[in-house]
Design a protein around this ligand. Structure first.
Ligand code: PGA
Length: 253
């Protein structure tokens, strides 16, 4: 049985004040015995504030990225060990905005993933195709190559300490969500591909869906057999919507 996971990716949004308000509401809405694991990924600069706010609560803290090196002359980067010092448990890697807007390659994403694994952070590895790739019938090939790049470096066993997020690029921030069937088809494919290497790990690894998940569509997506929760962008900035999404995940258990 895979415990559902719902993670908010706040992207580059928030102020000290809005972070405090959002965390207050999320903490109030997630009980210690929640059947759904819940996490939030604020911008780096708010991580110390969030760590303090979330201390002693079941809400997991995550970062939106993590450096591909241990330490040193890497201006602008934040290392896995720094994130650990501030109680981060999760780190998103390979988000499509990092890949497309900041040119992050599969190799760089794999190095970031490896750093997270090495330091005991759970990498949330994002993979997904563009609209052009989907229309060209390349969806499976794209997610396979993004996944393979990471597994070739970190090994299949690393997936026992990781989470995958399938996020079709055409669905991110566009309001155009994949249908539950479209998402399930890709999730099942990803799980089968992992099963070809290790059936136990395939059965255990959580595969989240991301891309315009909201309080209205979450339940039908999370009800699919291979969808184990969601990575939520826009809707995670509104506490009510985010908590309804968490509740939707609980209802599908
Ligand atoms: P969205 O973003 O929910 O705003 O589409 C999801 C993501 O980028 O993780």
């Amino acid at each position: 049985m895979r415990q559902p996971l719902v993670v908010g990716n706040w992207k580059m949004n928030g102020t000290r004040d809005s972070v405090r308000q959002l965390l207050d509401a999320i903490v109030a809405g997630v009980s210690a015995d929640s059947p759904v694991a819940v996490g939030v990924c604020p911008p780096y600069v708010f991580i110390p504030q969030a760590a303090q706010h979330l201390s002693g609560t079941p809400v997991l803290l995550g970062a939106q990225n993590v450096a591909d090196h241990e330490a040193g002359a890497y201006t602008g980067e934040v290392s896995a060990s720094m994130l650990k010092e501030f109680d981060c448990k999760l780190a998103i890697v390979g988000h499509s905005e990092r890949r497309s807007l900041y040119g992050e390659s599969d190799a760089l994403v794999a190095a970031r993933y490896q750093q997270a694994i090495d330091h005991g952070l759970t990498p949330l590895l994002c993979i997904g195709e563009t609209l052009e790739q989907r229309e060209a019938g390349e969806t499976f090939a794209v997610v396979d190559s993004q996944l393979d790049a990471v597994l070739e470096k970190a090994g299949i066993q690393s997936l026992s300490k990781a989470v995958i997020a399938y996020e079709p690029v055409w669905a991110i921030g566009t309001g155009k969500t994949a249908t539950p069937q479209q998402a399930q088809e890709v999730h099942a494919h990803i799980r089968q591909r992992i099963a070809a290497q290790d059936a136990d790990i395939a059965g255990q690894v959580r595969i989240l869906y991301g891309g315009s998940v909201n309080d209205a569509n979450a339940k039908s997506l999370f009800g699919m057999a291979d969808i184990d929760g969601g990575l939520i962008g826009g809707a995670s900035l509104k506490a009510d919507a985010f908590l309804t999404i968490v509740q939707s995940a609980a209802e599908t258990i």
